[in-house]
Ligand binder design. Structure first.
Ligand SMILES: Cc1c[n+]2nc(N)[nH]c2nc1OC(C)C
Length: 324
């Protein structure tokens, strides 16, 4: 019997490793058919020996039945929104406000520059390395418990890939639907005479707010982490960029366009380059998020009532309506 148990554990570890290679490193090292074969093997073993099933087994991604409603979750650390910039001048004024508060030269400022994904912000809590709860941003203080739906998203690990997981780690990020998943969903909806979604963001929101996880599971949703909320039992790197790299190293997907920029000129060129790449990314972005990289500086700058002084979303002009 415990020979079977070892076989299950071995399969789980192998499947988690290949999920990491495929979803986080974008570098699958076995063909999909091989992955599917192992997954089916594990499903078969767990079906024959249900007492061997563990909550974090790669097979346990779909909730049993629909919920009647969503429970509420109170964010221990508020999920704040971002101040916006709509021009280079707005961004330069943002940097000047920073300089006025901490006398530092603009060329010395390092920014972590990220695409601003057009999806839904979520909070995902891992306790001792296991995914235990996920919530929408909601109003920033209270969100909806969408744990069962989040567990169906393939690039979100049910277990962190580290021998020494933090006691508690809250991953914050954006859930979005790539163009391919959006077109596939609307084609199916049209064929079934159901309503179609106006844009990928609405489709992602509708998919995450499904009470039936079996429906969410059929939607092509992707997480890209952009920050950390609660963290206990581990000492983090002292820059934002290094923290994102750490998240990636323990199995959390992070966007591949993120870059460090030194000084305002490099930041503005990042903004332009991403603006040009926008149509080829395969997913919608509505701008960039430009953050002071040094954590100690972030903490010195703090937050204005609703948004941090140390980060700004520099948005693109609204895209002409997508013709679907
Ligand atoms: C609301 C938000 C949204 N986004 N999106 C990215 N890429 N980073 C990011 N950071 C955010 O907030 C932090 C600056 C706290």
């Amino acid at each position: 019997f415990n020979q079977i148990q070892q076989q299950c554990e071995q399969l789980r570890e192998t499947l988690r490793y290949h999920e990491y290679q495929y979803h986080v490193l974008d570098n699958p090292i076995i063909p999909d058919a091989e992955y599917d074969r192992m997954m089916n093997q594990l499903k078969q073993l767990e079906q024959n020996y249900p007492q061997l099933i563990t909550a974090d087994s790669p097979t346990q991604r779909v909730g049993a039945k629909p919920l009647a409603s969503f429970a509420q979750v109170r964010h221990e650390i508020p999920m704040l929104s971002l101040d916006n910039a709509f021009s280079d001048e707005d961004f330069l004024a943002f940097v000047k406000r920073i300089q006025d508060r901490i006398n530092v030269d603009t060329t010395d400022l390092t920014f972590c520059c990220e695409p601003k994904l057009d999806g839904l912000a979520v909070s995902i809590l891992y306790v001792d390395g296991k995914l235990v709860q996920a919530a929408t941003r909601g109003d920033g203080t209270t969100g909806e418990d969408i744990t069962l739906n989040i567990r169906t998203i393939r690039n979100i690990p049910l277990q962190l890939l580290t021998e020494h997981p933090p006691h508690r780690l809250e991953v914050r990020g954006e859930i979005f639907m790539p163009h391919m998943g959006f077109e596939q969903l609307n084609e199916k909806a049209l064929a079934k005479g159901e309503k179609t979604f106006a844009n990928p963001r609405n489709a992602a929101a509708g998919s995450l707010r499904q009470l039936d996880p079996r429906i969410t599971r059929q939607r092509m949703l992707v997480l890209n982490a952009y920050g950390i909320g609660i963290v206990e039992g581990v000492s983090l790197p002292d820059t934002h960029y290094a923290r994102l790299q750490w998240l990636k190293s323990i199995g959390i997907p992070v966007n591949s366009e993120i870059q460090l920029c030194q000084g305002v000129d490099q930041v503005l060129s990042f903004y332009r380059v991403i603006g040009e790449k926008r149509t080829q990314l395969g997913y919608d972005i509505d701008g960039t998020v430009l953050k002071i990289n040094d954590i100690a500086l972030q903490e010195r700058l703090g937050f204005i009532s609703k948004a941090p002084r140390w980060a700004i979303a520099y948005k693109f002009p609204a895209q002409e309506e997508l013709t679907v």
